[in-house]
Write a protein that binds this ligand. Structure first.
Ligand code: GLY
Length: 371
């Protein structure tokens, strides 16, 4: 006879997998349910950039979360690698954010000051300095900001390793199963799917853009909306870039195998996961302007993901008021990969130790009313 799982995690993206792994590692019985397979949705399209001082420099609450999660990353990857026996591409080789006009140079100076105030090493470079660091940059570059603590992680490696590590700790995964409703039932929780149902003691809702579509005790869940991102996967003519390059309108992530991921569009088009000519053309044009060498790249693939956006661009992490035992871990928008270790720690502490992390003050679903 199957044991009743203690915790069901709804969603097998990076956040759901990280939460499941953390809970199981710390002794919980965990099952993960997803409408697709592991690591699909926004996760499979993520470039894996770990760069809070780019993504969140003007959003202090998000920067605090990103900074904390980045500090957990070395240990997180080491632990997943050890428990899974897998290799994960992970590089803290820094980011170079570049400017091709005076306004952006001023913006980079302001970000450099924010980094300095937080004790983060960030080096402002002039045009020559930026091209010395990345010789393939356009001659139109006017300056750059080098943040050495930034980096990137191979997302498909990491997700597969998280699944293996979670399974090694007893987690089971149920694919192709859409959760439609979560309701309080007696002292537990009932999860309804299109054809079936499950009961458990605790639920973590980590279904990304689809989180808002789950009915929680008779009402819509949190206000999470899809924001489409298209990314290009290119074969790069050697030599490749040395680190992540971030420019107005695009970013480039050089992988060990010589390929480069170029992202990303930001489109408000609902649940439309199609790649488009206009999206691909835009990315190619802006990338060729920054790194003309892109013209000689081979075209491997377009990837499309729906980022789970929230009205204040902060994730939704914390307990539900409607269903006791339900915890949200969603709405990570552009930073799901970066924030996965911190989210897993916060949710693990909450569920297993009843410990309220200070971050819950800003991430709680209650900021959107009764959820
Ligand atoms: N974090 C990069 C993006 O969402 O495009």
């Amino acid at each position: 006879m199957n044991r009743t799982p203690q915790v069901i995690v709804v969603g097998a993206g990076i956040v759901g997998c990280a939460v499941a792994y953390e809970l199981a590692r710390r002794g919980a019985r965990v099952q993960v349910i997803d409408r697709r397979d592991v690591g699909q949705g926004a996760t499979q399209a993520s470039a894996g950039i770990l760069a809070p001082y780019i993504e969140a420099h003007s959003h202090t609450a998000l920067l605090d979360l990103g900074e904390r999660s980045l500090a957990l990353y070395d240990q997180f990857v080491a632990s997943v690698v050890e428990d899974s026996g897998s290799t994960v591409q992970y590089a803290r080789t820094g980011t170079l954010e570049v400017a091709t006009d005076e306004l952006t140079v001023s913006r980079l100076e302001a970000i450099g000051e924010i980094c300095a105030a937080r004790g983060v090493v960030a080096e402002l470079l002039d045009a020559r300095g930026a091209r010395e660091v990345e010789p393939q940059l356009t001659t139109r570059v006017q300056g750059g900001l080098l943040v050495e603590s930034h980096g990137f992680v191979g997302v498909s490696d990491l997700t597969a390793a998280l699944q293996r590590a979670a399974v090694a700790h007893g987690v089971s995964f149920v694919a192709s199963t859409s959760v439609t409703r979560i309701v309080a039932e007696g002292h537990g929780i009932r999860i309804e799917t299109e054809n079936d149902g499950f009961t458990c003691e605790q639920v973590v809702l980590a279904a990304g853009s689809w989180s808002g579509q789950v009915d929680v005790n008779g009402a819509a869940s949190v206000p999470v909306r899809p924001v489409r991102g298209q990314l290009l996967y290119l074969g790069w003519p050697a030599p490749s870039l040395k680190r992540v390059v971030w420019a107005p309108g695009c970013y480039l992530v050089p992988w060990d195998d010589g390929s480069v991921l170029v992202g990303a569009t930001v489109e408000d088009v609902g649940f439309d996961e199609r790649a488009t000519v206009v999206g691909v053309r835009h990315l190619l044009e802006v990338t060729c302007e920054i790194v003309p060498q892109v013209q000689h790249a081979s075209f491997k693939e377009v990837r499309v993901g729906l980022r789970p956006g929230t009205p204040d661009e902060l994730p939704v992490i914390g307990p539900s008021t409607r269903v006791p035992g339900l915890v949200y871990a969603s709405g990570h928008y552009r930073n799901g990969i970066l924030l996965a270790p911190l989210t897993a720690t916060i949710v693990g502490d909450l569920i297993l130790d009843c410990k309220q992390d200070s971050a819950l003050k800003t991430t709680s679903p209650l900021r959107f009313g009764d959820c």
